[in-house]
Ligand binder design. Structure first.
Ligand code: HEC
Ligand code: CU
Length: 471
């Protein structure tokens, strides 16, 4: 155990830079005074309830560092290092003036020593110096929460970037004495960047990649430690008219977050988690090791995407969540009027008919190069996480006839190609390609790129087009 080099001085962003001295002078009593309260911690994205005490207390918090193997994306497993088994660790909620008695236990099954640096602490290493804890040990220290704000905590054991990259971060909210304004819903969202040896969505158990970490080129950028953690059944929810408060943090280790919710405006942003409140904000910048409190009044129903607006991260590295707002439509606030084809724009009316088979191959190749290769790539190998391969595609070869409808009408939703999942949108190309062009490009693809061969005829395409789009 290398405990000797495990202590790292606190990372620059300890509590001192945040917030301003509070109006209420901190109670003069030494740590240890007041009522003793055991804090009940809950898993993210949930948070403990608001505090209604008007007196400081001694709040006892139990954290356990645990090394766990969990899914980071569908079919992809990763060895996470965690506080209490979740990424991020639980949100700790206390009141300004409270004394926090923090018990840090390190699971006997751990391979590493761990510790904790809370940015809410004014003391050496933010607590790291007092909490270096080998597997099967427990450290306890106490600190007075002297400044209100939303603060990151993280493991600060060497190599610090690796402990953070593996998921060792969370947040502590120090409420001001008067509490926070009332909100209907409160959620806890924390972004982090992850570095796996395999490419994005490469299945199986993925090892940590030190080289990618050094280059700051993550494989995944995620909210709450797993792709899809805040989507579908586990999306954040609210009702029309609710005020939603998001405690948003960025664990890093490397990337800052341009946090944005598509189709919403933040009514209030507590900038950097301190005491400055900004209004009517579209995107708020959250530094690595920093936080912001964001309040949204959800006025219109629908599904709203949480993203890092460094948008590649959202759509190609996983930084995507959902806020689902339920309730009656609000046409006075938002209304779709219509959509449909532009008058006179009929499908590929002018496309020349190609008959001779030599021409057919040439045309198939031309269409592939001009259109399909933009997404599926010139070598038809696709792009990991975005575009499935057409080369050696088990999906294509299993049912070449099905591909006619895909090119005509597009494709969306989850599909699996060569045991890798894709969930993206292919646009309908039936409007820009003639039946013959579609027949030729599919025949070209089937007879190249190590596919199984075969042919699609113009008549087959014509028949599928005549049937129209199947639901
Ligand atoms: C704008 C990008 C784009 C273009 C252009 C495009 N595709 Fe696709 N294609 C996709 C995406 C994305 C999917 C996967 C959709 C999903 O995840 O449900 C897909 C899926 C497919 C599939 C089924 C999956 C597989 O790998 O076998 C076939 C077949 C296919 N495309 C053929 C074509 C052909 C032929 C062309 C050219 C005529 C073409 N595509 C042009 C984006 C595109
Ligand atoms: Cu650690």
């Amino acid at each position: 155990m290398r405990t000797s080099n495990a202590i790292i001085a606190c990372i620059a962003l300890t509590a001192a830079g945040f917030g301003v001295p509070s109006l209420a002078a901190p109670a003069a009593a030494a740590p240890g005074s007041g009522t003793r309260i055991e804090e009940t911690l809950v898993a993210p994205p949930n948070v403990p309830p608001p505090i209604h005490r008007d007196q400081p207390a001694r709040v006892v918090v139990h954290l356990e560092t645990r090394e766990v193997v969990k899914e980071i994306a569908d079919g992809v497993r990763y060895d996470f290092w965690t506080f209490n088994g979740s990424v991020p660790g639980p949100l700790i909620r206390v009141r300004e003036g409270d004394t926090v008695e923090l018990h840090l236990r390190n699971d006997p099954g751990s391979h590493m020593a761990h510790n904790i640096d809370l940015h809410a602490v004014m003391g050496p290493g933010g607590g790291a110096a007092a909490t270096v804890t080998p597997p099967g040990h427990e450290s306890v220290f106490a600190f007075k929460a002297m400044r209100a704000g939303l603060f990151v905590y993280h493991c600060a054991t060497a190599p610090v970037p690796m402990h953070i990259a593996n998921g060792m971060y969370g947040m502590i909210l120090v409420e001001p004495p008067q509490g926070l304004p009332k909100a209907d819903k409160e959620y806890y969202v924390m972004q982090g960047d992850f570095y796996t040896a395999g490419a994005y969505h490469e299945p199986g158990r993925q090892a940590f990649d030190m080289q990618k970490l050094l280059l700051e080129q993550p494989t995944y950028v995620l909210f709450n430690g797993r792709e899809g953690a805040l989507k579908g059944d586990t999306a954040l929810t609210s009702d029309v008219g609710d005020t939603v408060r998001l405690f948003v943090g960025d664990g890093g280790p490397n990337l800052a977050s341009s946090f944005h919710v598509i189709g919403q405006i933040f009514d209030d942003v507590t900038v950097e988690g301190g005491s400055l409140v900004n209004h009517n904000v579209q995107t708020t910048l959250i530094p690595a090791g920093g936080a912001a409190m964001v309040e949204i009044k959800t006025l219109v129903p629908g599904t709203f995407l949480l993203v890092d607006h460094s948008i590649t991260r959202a759509f190609m590295q996983g930084a995507l969540g959902e806020l689902k707002v339920a309730g009656a439509a609000q046409p006075a606030l938002y209304e779709k009027i219509s959509s449909g084809p532009i008058a006179g724009a009929t499908a590929a009316a002018s496309a020349p008919a190609v008959t001779a088979s030599g021409d057919a191959t040439a045309e198939g190749k031309r269409v592939f190069t001009q259109i399909c290769s933009a997404c599926h790539q010139g070598n038809a190998m696709g792009l990991p996480g975005a575009f499935p391969p057409l080369a050696m595609s088990d999906y294509l070869n299993a049912d070449p006839h099905r591909a006619i409808g895909i090119v005509l009408h597009g494709l969306s939703g989850k599909i699996t190609v060569n045991s890798t999942g894709y969930e993206n949108v292919m646009p309908a190309l039936g409007g820009q390609l003639s039946d013959t062009e579609i027949a030729n490009v599919l025949t070209y693809v089937l007879n190249n790129f190590n596919n199984q061969g075969g042919a699609i005829s113009t008549d087959q395409v014509k028949a599928v087009r005549a049937k129209g789009q199947q639901p």
